[in-house]
Write a protein that binds this ligand. Sequence first.
Ligand code: ZN
Length: 436
Amino acid sequence: MLHLNDDLSALDYVGVDYLRELQLARLRTIVKHAYDNVQLFRSRLDALKLKPEDIKSLTDISKFPFMVKTDLRDTYPFGLFACPMSEIVRLHASSGTTGKPIVVAYNQHDINVWAEVMKRTFASCGLTKQDIIQVAYGYGLFTGGLGAHYGAEALGATVIPISGGNTQRQIMLMRDFGTTAICCTPSYFNFIIEQAAVNGVNLKELPLKVGVFGAEPWTHEMRKRIESGSNIKAYDIYGLSEIIGPGVGIECHCQNGLHIFEDHFYPEIINPETGEVLPDGETGELVLTTLTKQAMPMIRYRTRDITRILTGKCSCGRTLRRIDRISSRSDDMFIIRGVNVFPSQIETALLSVEGTLPHYNIILYTENNMDNIEVDVEINEELFSDKVRAMEELQHKLTSAIEGIIGIRVRVKMVAPNTITRSEGKAKRVLDHRNK
Ligand SMILES: [Zn+2]
C-alpha cells in the first residue's frame, strides 16, 4: 500500500504489463463493489445477464453498459452512492444550466486518491515543495478549488487559496507573495494578463513560471497567446466532477497530449453513434471508468469529450497513455444550416490572425428564417484606431479564416478592446438567440 509521502511519481513510469495487471485487478474489484451497492448498476447488469465475474480481461469491460450524465440526474441526490452516508466525508455538486445539479461523493479513501492524482499532476508540471501555488479556481461545490488545494498541499508546496475573482488582489498577491504557479481557467488568466498591464505590473518580471489551466476547452492558439503574454508555461489539465474532479489527466513538459492517471482511471474511446470501442489513435468520445473510487464508482462513463488516445511513447518516459488535448466537447457543438460547428474551430481561426485579442463572442441569430453566425472579436487598440482600409483588410482576413475552417458564411464584427464581458471562471462565449 502506497502512502502519500511515498514517491508517487514512480507510478507514472511503471512497466506497462504491471500497469495492465493492476488495472484488471482494480476493475474487477470496483465492478463488484458497484454491483453489490448501486441499484441502478445492478439492475442494468441483471437485465443483460452480466455478472462482475464476467470480467476476465480489460477488454471485457466493453460488454458492460455505459453510464451517462442523466443517470446522475435521475438518481438525484444520493442514488449512485456505493457507501453508507456515515462513510462519506465530502459532497460536491455542479450547477446544471437547467434543473437539478449533479452530486458527487467521496469517502476518505477517495479524497486521498484525489490528493494523490493532483500531487502527481503538479509534479508533471515540474512543480515541487519549493513552489508557491495560487489556486484561483473557485472553492465550494465546484471541484476545481479544493481539488487543486489538496494536491498542492500533498506536494508540500505553499498554497494561496484565493479562489476565483477579485482580480486586483490576485495580481497584488502574485507579486507580493512571489507566486510561481497559478491554477485557473485559461480565459480568466487572459483577463489577469490584461489587468496586470492596466495596473502597471509586468507579469514577465514576476517569479510566475507555470499555469495549470482547465475547466473549459482551449486551443493551441490560445496557449500561444497566454505563453507569449506572460512568459509562463501553460499546462492543460483534464478532469470532471463525475469522475473525481481535476486530476484525471495532465500534460508533461513535452506538452504533447495529456497523460491519464491510468492506475485510477481506465480510458476507452468509442464511436459516439454506435458505442463501439475504437482502437488507440482513432478519434471518438472519451469513456472513463473509475478504478478506485469507492463512494461513487463510475463504470464506463460517457464524458461527451471528443479526443483520441495517442499512440507511441512520450519522450518524458511516462508509461501512462496520453489523450489528445480536448478542444471540443460534444455539448458545446452547435448545428447551423446542417453543419456541425465547434467553438474551438472559430477560436483557432480568430487567434491565428495577428491583431486579434483572445476575447470573442459567437452569436447565433435568425434572419429571414435563416440561421446565421456573427463573431464579435476584440482587436488591439492600434489596429482599431487605424485607417478604414486596414480595418477592412483585417475583417476580410478574419472572415476567410473562419469560413475556411467551418465552411459556412459568417459575419465578423471587430470591436474595441474591453468591450466583451470578461469571465472569472468558465467563459460563456456562445450566445444563441435563434428562434426556436
Ligand atoms: Zn510525457
